[in-house]
Design a protein around this ligand. Sequence first.
Ligand code: GRG
Length: 297
Amino acid sequence: MAEAGLERWESHRLVFEEYLEGLTFTEEPELSTLQEAMRYSMLAGGKRVRPTLCMEVARIFGAEPELALPSAAAIELIHTYSLIHDDLPAMDDDDFRRGRPTLHRKYDEAMAILAGDAFFGEALTLITVHQQGTPEQILAVVRELADSTGVEGMVGGQVLDMAQTGLGSETDPRTLRMIHRFKTGALIKSSARIGAIVAGASEPESDAVSEYAAELGLCFQIVDDLLNATSTTEALGKSAGSDEEQGKATFVGVFGLDGARREADESTARALAALKRISGDTSGLRGLALFVRHRGS
Ligand code: GRG
């Protein structure tokens, strides 16, 4: 992201990686394989968009970015959980993720299901034991994650997405947007909201930052589809054919290449407009929105 003048993101990322590297979940030798499997997935790289977004939003609203680390890590663990389960044979049946064999290929399916499940519990422990804040703030963080993972969150989005598989371009635009609002957008939006919660931001500013993040999440997915369609799958670290080849509902399939680019531009414009309602220094968020829109091009 250096070309967009986003050194701050790199600094958040380095701080975050060090925190994540230091996370262990057990000292029981009998559970060492589970712990190894979890660390295999969580330390496999990844852009760390969600946790660094959470840290940057906390900074904008006057907190030290480090304050948000336990919640930022919880978010990344839940994201990792969703990737592990998404790769399973019952879902996308992928062999590679983040440039390495997927967890069920490296270990086995049972370990992949269980390591994913364990991340959810560990995420809650991070928030309830390690996140600083008032009881109201901690409860609000937990609620954010409950909302963004539940029925009108990642799980619901995944169910809708799987139900559309095979329909491809016949998926209607409303359903397509709903899939991605729940499947990808909800956790990205929560990442920003949680940064605002731990920093004690005002309600109107939290709302503005969540509107920004919802658009960022949407644009993120549209650009993913554009990159897939223009065959840069290796840059995304994926192994299987493109989503379109698998008959999935994509923005390119539904709107065409130019239409999807227009959708991405409009979404970015709405994200940038939302930032105008925030009084702090939002240059990093602006840079991120432009980076997400133009990544890979
Ligand atoms: C774990 C609550 C929970 C639900 C399981 C499998 C599933 C239900 C939901 C799927 C969610 C999913 C895989 C959404 C896709 C989100 C997405 C765009 C992933 C890629 O994110 P990047 O590009 O990946 O940030 P890196 O590797 O950089 O972290």
